[in-house]
Design a protein around this ligand. Structure first.
Ligand code: ZN
Length: 182
């Protein structure tokens, strides 16, 4: 099982490295880590489990956060109370997006960043990502709102970007009036 200590901290240089595209057939060890990443995220969003395993709640993880500098990420989204949907995307590309920008009202969080950071992270309200599943089959996800924020946050990780890179420390709520708060 993937534990909190297995997730790299923001200061780790591997989070800032260039990431390679994954080749198929997928390395079997990647299938295992993808399963473990999703399991970690699901349990982290269930209060009793999070407490039991000392997990911070999170809905997404990208490969570099577990020390793999290759292009894939996962998202586990609670669609309904206790109902989770898993997303896996390998070699993702952001192929289109809305003009409308949104930001998360509570600020963004990251399992690699163990501190509160205030401020606005502008994200597209709607976005389309294309990539591959674990079997190398093409996949396309049209995401919106919270899920769109999560996908863009994880996609950033694959480009060595952390969410607070988008925040101006001198003016963390800059341009809030140009975006919709969700
Ligand atoms: Zn993150």
């Amino acid at each position: 099982m993937l534990l909190t200590k297995d997730i790299l901290d923001e200061k780790d240089k591997r989070l800032r490295k260039k990431n390679k595209d994954v080749t198929f057939p997928l390395n079997p060890s990647y299938k295992k880590i993808i399963f473990e990443m999703l399991e970690h995220l699901r349990l982290s969003q269930i209060e009793s489990e999070a407490e039991k395993y000392d997990l911070r709640p999170g809905m997404g993880l990208a490969a570099p956060q577990v020390g793999i500098n290759e292009n894939f990420f996962v998202v586990c989204y609670e669609e309904d109370e206790g109902v989770f949907k898993d997303y896996v995307i390998i070699n993702p590309k952001l192929v289109s997006h809305s003009e409308e920008l949104i930001y998360s009202s509570g600020g963004e969080g990251c399992l690699s960043v163990n501190r509160e950071i205030e401020g606005i992270v502008p994200r597209y309200a709607r976005a389309t990502f294309e990539g591959y599943d674990v079997d190398g089959k093409k996949v396309k996800f049209r995401v919106r709102e919270e899920l769109s924020i999560a996908f863009q946050h994880e996609y950033d990780h694959l480009h060595g970007i952390l969410f607070f890179d988008h925040i101006d420390p001198k003016d963390p709520f800059k341009n809030a009036d140009l975006m919709r708060e969700i």
